[in-house]
Design a protein around this ligand. Structure first.
Ligand SMILES: [Zn+2]
Length: 92
């Protein structure tokens, strides 16, 4: 009697071949630095509009320039930080 040791272990590596040379490197639009650090915008949701009726703290992860601290372009969309012309919305 020979027991199969759990059959064959399938390699389920979903490796996607990506040539990073063909990918654009995002650089800071202010200083040209290309190293970013993760930062969090903290949004405080008041109990009045919170789904569970309790005050909530919502972290929104963004990437900011490791040199000058500018948040990468497009990362602030929907965060409500830059709401100069648009009416503030709370879609949750
Ligand atoms: Zn910068």
């Amino acid at each position: 009697m020979s027991m199969h040791p759990k059959g064959q272990i399938r390699k389920q590596k979903q490796q996607v071949q990506v040539d990073l040379k063909q990918a654009d490197t995002i650089k800071c639009s202010d200083c040209g630095n290309y190293l970013f650090i993760t930062s969090f915008i903290l949004k405080k949701l008041s109990a009045l509009v919170s789904p569970n009726g309790q005050e909530a703290l919502i972290p929104v992860q963004v990437y900011s320039c490791g040199n000058c601290g500018k948040v990468a372009d497009g990362m602030l969309e929907g965060s409500g930080v830059e709401e100069e012309s648009s009416f503030p919305r709370l879609d949750i």
